[in-house]
Design a protein around this ligand. Structure first.
Ligand code: C5P
Length: 403
């Protein structure tokens, strides 16, 4: 009974996946949780409040100004008297209203009034999911601390396939457990990770970038989440999907990345795996530069803030452990040692990124762990294996107990 004594407020949105929300009630109760349901007007076109009440064993709620409801429990108490709010299915419309701070029915009002952790299980047509408006809303909600599970890829009601299918009730129940009763060596810890390259604009269509794929940083985020941590992943532009249960903040430039990292603090552990551009263009043009048959005037570049060093040198609010990366093409160990001291971090993961090694963009990595007391060299491993070993190594170095 991993969720014994936990109270889940389940908001059922109006989509065909609402029928799966009924199974979710059962799965949550099997794990010991109590479940109270709110059904939007749309949800009631697919499932009835009676079905939700019968399965949850508690009266379901539908109306904002229901006299009986307000006298009995009231929308503010609904928003408060639980341990988590789960929105399943979270429709495109419900996500848009949440992102916009709307409060025009019971579900949206409770979602605006609550300070509890919120977990969304989006479900919608693939094109609705991929629409920039939905992706913008998703980014806004994630930046607000909302967690997301799914959607999954697969066949959908309209005989289409792609991302948009609601996560299965078992996956949602697991995600609820990860929020309410995390297990693993990093349970109760917040791990902040940077990943991917940054893009530094030259003009509205051109930018300076590098070959980082984000595969290693994203793998570390997954390993930290699997170890029970709450994970914030600040990612530069990559072509990797967001992961269930990981709060991913998307950024473009180094300066955006630093701002997102500072927003995400406090954290117990900071792992800075991003390949941050060292320089940015001083005056990125507002208009596209035109070729005129002559030479391009040299771009004037200035150094970007060093995110790792900025955070590692903080006197207040510094993560207990700060881990940096050193991607080198020569003198790997010597450069890593110098970097450890210069950046003020606790550990450097050093690797050789010469073209012949295929590390950049590849799936394998050969790393050396450089700490104040010594160097440990690992064999060539998959990035996933490097990630899980690194997470174990970092977890073992923590001295404080989880707050
Ligand atoms: O100085 P160098 O780029 O080699 O340092 C690499 C390490 O520093 C990595 O951990 C990288 O994420 C971090 N870094 C940073 N901000 C920068 C440059 C590097 O966080 N502007």
């Amino acid at each position: 009974m991993v969720l014994a004594g936990k109270r889940v407020l389940l908001v059922i949105g109006g989509g065909i996946a609402a029928y799966k929300a009924l199974d979710l009630i059962r799965r949550l109760r099997e794990r010991g949780a109590s479940v109270r349901c709110i059904l939007t007007a749309g949800a009631q076109a697919f499932v009835t409040p009676l079905a939700a009440s019968a399965l949850s064993g508690q009266r379901s709620h539908t109306d904002l100004f229901d006299r009986e409801d307000e006298a009995d429990i009231g929308h503010i108490r609904l928003a408060r008297d639980a341990d988590i709010v789960v929105v399943a299915p979270a429709t495109a419309n419900l996500m848009a209203r949440m992102a916009g701070g709307h409060a025009d029915d019971l579900a949206s009002t409770v979602l605006l009034a609550t300070t509890l952790p919120i977990l969304l299980a989006p479900a919608m047509n693939v094109r609705m999911w991929q629409h920039p408006a939905t992706q913008r809303n998703l980014a806004t909600l994630q930046a607000d601390g909302v967690r997301v599970v799914g959607p999954n890829d697969g066949a959908m009601a309209e005989a289409e396939t792609g991302p948009g299918r609601m996560a299965e009730p078992l996956e949602i129940a697991d995600a609820v457990r990860q929020v309410l009763a995390p297990t693993g060596p990093l349970a109760g810890r917040h791990v902040l990770i940077t990943s991917g390259p940054t893009h530094e604009p030259i003009d509205p269509v051109r930018y300076i970038a590098n070959r980082s794929s984000g595969k290693q940083g994203h793998a570390i985020a997954r390993a930290a989440a699997a170890a029970g941590a709450r994970v914030t992943l600040v990612s530069g532009p990559v072509s990797l999907p967001d992961q269930a249960g990981i709060t991913t903040v998307h950024v473009e430039s180094a300066r955006d990345m630093l701002a997102a990292v500072e927003m995400a603090l406090p954290a117990d552990i900071g792992i800075f795996a991003a390949a941050v551009a060292d320089w940015r263009v001083v005056h990125a043009g507002a208009q596209k530069m035109k070729k005129d048959g002559g030479a391009l005037q040299p771009l004037s570049l200035t150094e970007n803030p060093d995110i790792l060093a900025t955070i590692a040198h903080r006197t207040q609010g510094r993560p207990e452990l700060v881990v940096g990366f050193a991607a080198e093409t020569q003198n790997v160990i010597a450069n890593a040692k110098a970097k450890l001291a210069r950046k003020g971090c606790d550990l450097i993961v050093a690797n050789d990124v010469s073209a012949e090694g295929g590390v950049m963009g590849g799936d394998m990595n050969t790393v050396h762990l450089v700490g104040p007391t010594g160097i440990e060299t690992w064999p060539t491993l998959s990035k996933a294996e490097v990630a899980s070993r690194l997470v174990s190594a970092v977890g073992a170095l923590l001295k404080s107990s989880p707050s």
